[in-house]
Design a protein around this ligand. Structure first.
Ligand SMILES: Cc1cc2nc3c(=O)[nH]c(=O)nc-3n(C[C@H](O)[C@H](O)[C@H](O)COP(=O)(O)OP(=O)(O)OC[C@H]3O[C@@H](n4cnc5c(N)ncnc54)[C@H](O)[C@@H]3O)c2cc1C
Length: 810
């Protein structure tokens, strides 16, 4: 009897695990019952009871009409009453961009073929030459201290160089005079410049991301493209885009800025059909120097000059700087950065209707246009800046921790510092991987809007971590500002990255899961659309299909999650080799758990989930870390599965798993129905906490990757600017680092001699004594002196005169 019960349960569990369709599952179950009926010696009443249950519950589910009338219709009616409607703004956000890898993560059973098939990002010869030539030259021209402290602007030469070399035209097609570079190249350019000067990187990134350029290319009329794109490409026009205002920050759609359709005079002509605009924008990057403004506002047509509709919605226009009524030129001063940023005010500005981006057909479609165009930029610009910070921190903090000695020991060898170095290296590896994966998608023509939000939010948070750690390790050297400080401006740039292009708190708690669940969940959006379908009959049919699919999906995820929980997903078929297979399996396991947890949260919280941002933020953390883990595995393989990089791969995967576990466990602890939370915790983590923080020994291996030169360090820091100037803020650290490594054996020799009592002194004081005692040769002595001087030079901080801020050192 027990054997038969097990068999029937096994049939149910296997059907759920393999996600059989309802009909297939019913047939299997019927087969099992038949076998039970024919071959078991159980009581016949038990057999008939089981057939009765099958006939009452399972069988009707397989008859569509019956199911529709009995179940689906009633559930549909109940849902219609409680399900909140989707506003037009939300719908436009949902429609923007493509559903991509996040849908696989929501599926609970991700198919890695999509990721495996993605080509490794590569530069064309022209792109490589651009990076090695003009970009390198531009970086060498940049003096960040001069820019941010003395001139509060890029030098006129740097501006001109950027224009002449079409830095502002990386996304503009060649036919209009642009460079038309790949997303990968675009990111490499911003990253390299970002490793030299944040202000210069922001200046270059803005026209290439959200600016009139991208909007014009996507929606512009032929006349608009023909006129403006060549001017933007050669720098004749400097663009900016104004969306944010004093009353509309994160909730940009709530802008009070208004335009009214009317007739007016324009450039000497009367009776021109156009728009009279009033707006107040602030924080607009490049505005103080912009010659071409993109402005978002709400359009009204009270006299019905365009159509019968009065309120036409958010519309985007192009306005020339010198148009009457435009007030522009003042500057904000964002945390000691010198990129141009300021307010723009428009008072009764009149522009012809042809100024609407895309022409009259795109009146009122501004929000959808912005949503569509924001995605790419968000995935490219700031993430490139974040990775630049990570790579620079890895390169120079590792080197600094090696050359800076305290207690007669390089500070990087103290466990406390090593712990922090580990995170710098590990996070940089994860950040770079996350950047490269989304760039690969963009270059394949995808616009993954949820993933672009993930990459922006995660990389800015991780940038905050690595720069903070880097500051700690540099101590006073990072704090005292001046031309030789390579870190403090990056530190000050953190809040800019956190705030712009979707402030991080909002992106994490509202956008990533909110948008992700609706777009990527296999059934949720279908159910919502069905419920809101005006054709009720069709709505019920669609709802029935989605709802029963959804129920099967939940059951499957319960079974899979529990099985993975007790088996550690060890038997799950997955890609990977002996080093990576475990991580692929854990990713599948966590995807299943995440899919289950998402459904539980939606089921328990319903429409209130929108307001339960602590829950949706944790769901976003789980989703984001699964994306990062995917990216890390892909990155490791794309780089040829180098064994010496294994420590970085393991650290980044274990960190991601730990983050996912923390996020999911915290949700189970905070669900409003505690018993449901406890049950989910038991299903997903039956053996308590399977994941731990990367251990100390792994951490040491990771930290050592940036404390010493090597191919891993080269790969980790690939793409940033390296200065060979021994007086440069970073060049002097590299120089001292290379000498310290060269003199390492000699230092050991001197230390050993001191310990053996052959030398009375240690460190610097011992050099001449060691030479005189023939412990080292004259040449070796010279090397030690040279190294010591290089270290002294590298650790110096700037000093200023008391009254005039004249630089006195180094
Ligand atoms: C240096 C800089 C450059 C910029 N460049 C441009 C530009 O070129 N063009 C342009 O149009 N705009 C630009 N912006 C504006 C930028 O996009 C906004 O600053 C941003 O949208 C946030 O608006 P806010 O600063 O008014 O913050 P607020 O909207 O007041 O938000 C404050 C905090 O509350 C959080 N928050 C708000 N609502 C929610 C919510 N529902 N749930 C959770 N958290 C929430 C936010 O995450 C943030 O942490 C720039 C801003 C800066 C600082």
């Amino acid at each position: 009897m027990i054997m038969w019960a097990c068999l029937l349960i096994l049939i149910i569990l296997l059907s759920a695990y393999f996600r059989f369709s309802l009909i297939r599952w019913s047939l299997f179950l019927a087969g099992g019952l038949l076998a039970f009926h024919l071959f078991s010696d159980a009581d016949s009443s038990a057999k008939y009871w089981l057939w009765a249950i099958f006939a009452v519950i399972v069988l009707p589910l397989n008859f569509k009409e019956f199911r529709l009338n009995l179940f689906s219709k009633n559930i549909y009616q109940a849902m219609k009453k409680i399900m909140p409607t989707i506003s037009q703004t939300e719908q436009e956000a949902l429609d923007a961009g493509d559903v991509w890898w996040e849908a696989e993560l929501f599926s609970g059973d991700p198919d890695f073929k999509m990721i495996k098939d993605m080509p490794i990002p590569k530069l064309t010869q022209e792109e490589q030459e651009f990076l090695d030539g003009p970009v390198e030259e531009f970086c060498a021209m940049l003096d960040d201290w001069q820019i941010t402290h003395v001139d509060y602007d890029l030098s006129p030469e740097a501006w001109q160089f950027a224009k002449d070399n079409r830095f502002f035209a990386m996304i503009i097609p060649k036919q209009y005079g642009g460079l038309d570079y790949s997303a990968y190249c675009h990111s490499q350019v911003v990253m390299k410049i970002g490793s030299r000067s944040g202000s210069a990187a922001v200046t270059v990134m803005v026209p290439n991301s959200l600016g009139p350029g991208k909007l014009l290319m996507t929606y512009g009329t032929d006349d608009q493209k023909d006129y403006y794109l060549p001017r933007l490409a050669d720098g004749t026009d400097i663009p900016c885009f104004g969306l944010t205002g004093p009353d509309a920050g994160s909730d940009a759609g709530a802008m009070p800025d208004e335009g009214v359709v009317c007739y007016g005079s324009y450039e000497g002509k009367d009776n021109v059909l156009g728009i009279r605009l009033n707006w107040k924008k602030r924080y607009i990057t490049l505005a103080p120097v912009a010659t071409l403004l993109g402005i978002a506002f709400k359009l009204n047509d009270p006299e019905h000059l365009l159509s019968d509709e009065e309120e036409r919605g958010i519309t985007l226009v192009l306005i020339k700087r010198d148009t009457e009524g435009v007030e522009i030129g003042h500057r904000h001063f964002p945390v000691n950065q010198a990129f141009m940023n300021g307010p723009i005010i428009g008072k009764d500005v009149f522009v012809p209707i042809e100024s609407v981006i895309g022409g009259i057909d795109y009146v009122g479609k501004g929000w959808a246009m912005l949503m569509e165009c924001l995605g790419d930029g968000r995935a490219i610009s700031l993430p490139a800046l974040g990775v630049a910070a990570g790579k620079t921190a890895s390169k120079y903090t590792g080197a600094y921790a090696r050359i800076r000695q305290q207690f007669h020991t390089p500070i990087g060898y103290f466990e406390g510092v090593e712990e922090v170095l580990t995170e710098i290296a590990g996070q940089t590896y994860a950040m770079d991987a996350a950047r490269l994966l989304v760039l690969g998608a963009l270059d394949q023509g995808e616009v993954p809007s949820v993933v672009s939000g993930i990459v922006k939010q995660q990389l800015m948070e991780r940038m905050r971590k690595v720069i903070n750690h880097s500051m700690d390790i540099h101590g006073g050297h990072g704090i005292c500002m001046g031309p030789h400080n390579h870190l403090a401006r990056a530190y000050q740039l953190i809040p800019v990255g956190i705030t712009v292009e979707g402030a991080n708190i909002l992106t994490r708690t509202m956008i990533i899961f909110g948008q992700g669940a609706m777009r990527s969940h296999p059934f949720l959006l279908k159910e919502v659309e069905a419920v809101h379908n005006e054709n009720t009959e069709q709505g019920i049919k669609d709802f029935d299909k989605a709802f029963f699919g959804h129920m099967g999906f939940i059951v499957s995820n319960v079974v899979r999650s529990f099985w993975f929980g007790i088996s550690f997903a060890k038997f799950e078929k997955s890609p990977g080799d002996e080093n990576t297979r475990y991580y692929y399996q854990q990713l599948i396991k966590m995807s299943s758990a995440f899919a289950l947890m998402s459904d539980i949260c939606v089921g328990v919280l319903g429409g209130t989930l929108k307001r339960r941002e602590k829950i949706s933020g944790r769901l976003a953390d789980a989703l984001s870390n699964m994306y990062i883990m995917t990216a890390v595995l892909k990155h490791y393989e794309d780089q040829g599965s180098q064994k010496e990089d294994l420590a970085l791969l393991r650290w980044a995967c274990e960190d991601a798993l730990m983050n996912i576990q923390t996020a999911l466990k915290d949700i189970t602890k905070n669900l409003p129905v505690p018993v449901v939370g406890a049950l989910c915790n038991f299903i997903i983590f039956p053996l308590t906490k399977p994941y731990q923080k990367p251990n100390d020994s792994l951490g040491r291996h990771v930290a050592r990757k940036i404390l010493q030169p090597g191919k891993t360090l080269d790969r980790l820091c690939e793409g940033i600017f390296f200065s060979k100037d021994k007086n440069d803020a970073t060049g002097r650290i590299s120089h001292a680092f290379s000498l310290v490594l060269k003199a390492d054996k000699l230092q050991h020799k001197i230390r050993a001699a001191y310990k053996q009592g052959r030398l009375k002194n240690r460190d610097r004081k011992a050099f001449s004594e060691a030479k005189e005692s023939n412990i080292i040769t004259e040449t070796e002595y010279q090397l030690l002196i040279e190294t010591d001087e290089a270290i002294q030079h590298a650790i110096k901080v700037d000093e200023f005169s008391f009254d005039g801020w004249d630089i006195k050192t180094p």
